[in-house]
Design a protein around this ligand. Structure first.
Ligand SMILES: Nc1ncnc2c1ncn2[C@@H]1O[C@H](COP(=O)(O)OP(=O)(O)OP(=O)(O)O)[C@@H](O)[C@H]1O
Ligand SMILES: [Mg+2]
Length: 504
């Protein structure tokens, strides 16, 4: 009897396989980190082969830990870091270059060229996004222009592109031997190539970018059977039945399906998603318009998104680059040693600033330093940066939607940090709520797959699975909160205008 769903979560820092039961409870997890390859300032890459092999391994670990086999698994769901681009040879399965990660800023000259006189919002009405290094489209262009022979092979139809959902799906379903080359609407909505209305690739935009249509995966819904795992997989013959980009998956896993429902995920970066239903809402305040989900033949559901590039990765930076902590949770101990930030503000504009500013010319800045400041203040400022950035995104969501959000559903690794979550509630002035299942990203992908094969019947069944774990209520006085926010915004202005012709 089949009684479980397995979700494959191909994230920025690690790949996970998580097995869920019908209640949405985690049965077992396999997880493996992969290398963050940073050959130059602003460049971030992953090895797709390492990711493929890690994914195979974690599937084995998850099955083994739960003492299950493929016969116990009803379906496979896939979720992924969204804009990270892989280009590979469909005849050999070998990538022509490392995956270029969403945080990578090398394509800024390509963005500038495409924006030309018309500006970065040139395609925004069609695709919901400004031209920015963040999205996968410009990364494909870089590979075609910089990898020897790539353009010719692409024109000949030998190279194909995918975000890591497509890479995992293609390898899982046969690779060069009949692998399914597809993606879902949520991932497609992050390329700069998909028309939000028709959910089809725009050939005119592809032509502007110089990307052959033959490279692109087929766009499918988020919940349907795409194919079966190949005969050499541990999961052989199991249907792959759900794909959602990680942030949309987390929203789905939080059971935030309806217009007005939202969530904020605290992972490598922070991503607040606000569902707008079947209506395409254009932001006046620096948010992206994106697809939330599409179930089978049903209509597409859209969302507004506030993407923040650097939050949890700033904690990793304190650990790996600055060396003031040896593990992520230690940041809380350091921050707790001081009463306040000592006047220090840390703007982690490592990839420029994303929402709501979209300023590629910004770079990281620590301001307000005095002789008094120590590493504890810097740790505290780093945590506070996550909360301040979220406040600015929430303000944008409130402004765009015309209603103030009453509470914020949260998830992701950083929500384990009590100090941060309390500070977040204080800075927002709203309740912050975390569900029991913290692995909402994987859960959302499992839900999408389970719905497609009838493991779950409808969204109400999924809503009933949602349970509150912890709630943080705002404390402290509003005046102090607004004073700090004002200083934060001043700090943000100090990070801007840094990149010019002289800065590489
Ligand atoms: N106690 C903590 N305090 C602050 N930050 C933390 C804590 N624990 C983990 N983090 C941060 O949370 C992030 C990991 O969160 P999570 O596991 O949700 O991300 P992820 O899903 O692995 O990210 P991705 O999908 O992008 O790979 C890391 O960047 C880490 O620095
Ligand atoms: Mg993740």
């Amino acid at each position: 009897m089949t009684q479980y769903i397995i979700a494959l979560d191909q994230g920025t820092t690690s790949s996970r396989a998580i097995i869920f039961d019908k209640k949405g409870s985690v049965i077992s997890i396999g997880q493996k980190e992969h290398e963050q390859i940073m050959p130059r300032a602003g460049w971030v890459e992953h090895d797709p082969i390492e990711i493929r092999d890690n994914m195979r391994e974690v599937i084995g670990i998850a099955l083994g830990r739960a003492n299950l086999t493929r016969h116990d698994i009803a379906a496979i769901g896939i979720t992924n870091q969204r804009e990270t681009a892989v280009v590979w040879d469909k005849n050999t399965g070998i990538p022509v270059y490392n995956a270029i990660v969403w945080q990578d800023t090398r394509t800024q000259p390509i963005v500038d060229r495409l924006a030309g006189d018309e500006g970065v919002d040139r395609f925004k009405d069609i695709v919901g996004l400004p031209l920015a290094t963040y999205f996968s489209g410009t990364k494909i262009v870089w590979i075609l222009e910089n990898v020897e022979g790539a353009r010719e092979k692409a024109e000949a139809g030998d190279l194909i592109f995918g975000t890591t959902d497509s890479w995992v799906l293609w390898n899982l379903t046969g690779g060069p031997d009949g692998g399914v080359h597809a993606t879902d609407v949520t991932n497609a909505s992050r390329t700069l190539f998909m028309d939000l209305k028709t959910l089809q690739w725009r050939e005119d935009i592809l032509a502007e970018f110089g990307v052959p249509l033959s490279m692109l995966p087929e766009i499918r819904s988020s919940s349907e059977v795409y194919g079966e795992a190949r005969d050499t997989s541990l999961l052989r013959e199991t249907p792959v039945a759900g794909i959602l980009g990680d942030q949309q998956a987390a929203t789905f896993g939080q059971a935030a399906f309806d217009p007005g429902e939202s969530k904020n995920t605290y992972g490598t970066g922070n991503f607040l998603i606000f569902q707008t239903g079947t209506e395409i809402v254009k932001s006046e305040n620096g948010l992206l318009t994106t697809v939330g989900y599409k179930l089978g033949d049903g209509p597409a559901h859209y969302a507004l998104e506030g993407s923040i590039a650097v939050t949890g990765s700033l904690v990793q930076w304190l650990r790996d680059q600055l060396g003031i902590i040896s593990s992520a949770p230690e940041v809380e101990e350091l921050a707790a040693k001081v009463e306040d930030n000592g006047g220090v503000y840390f703007v982690p504009a490592f990839s420029g600033l994303f929402a709501p500013y979209w300023r590629p010319d910004a770079r990281g800045a620590i301001v307000g330093l005095t002789r008094y400041a120590n590493r504890n203040h810097i740790a505290r400022a780093a945590l506070e940066a996550t909360a301040f950035q979220t406040r600015e995104v929430l303000d944008a969501v409130n402004a765009d939607s015309g209603v103030d959000l009453a509470e914020l559903k949260v998830d992701g690794g950083m929500t384990a940090n009590d100090t941060l979550m309390q500070f977040q509630a204080d800075v927002l002035g709203v309740e912050v709520v975390r569900p029991v299942v913290a692995e909402t990203t994987a859960l959302g992908a499992a839900y999408a797959a389970g719905l497609a094969v009838g493991f779950w019947n409808d969204l109400d069944e999924l809503r009933a699975n949602w349970q509150e774990d912890k709630r943080w209520s705002p404390t402290g006085d509003t005046e102090e909160r607004e004073r700090q926010l004002r200083l934060w915004k001043k700090a943000v202005t100090k990070s801007m205008d840094w990149v010019d012709d002289d800065v590489r």
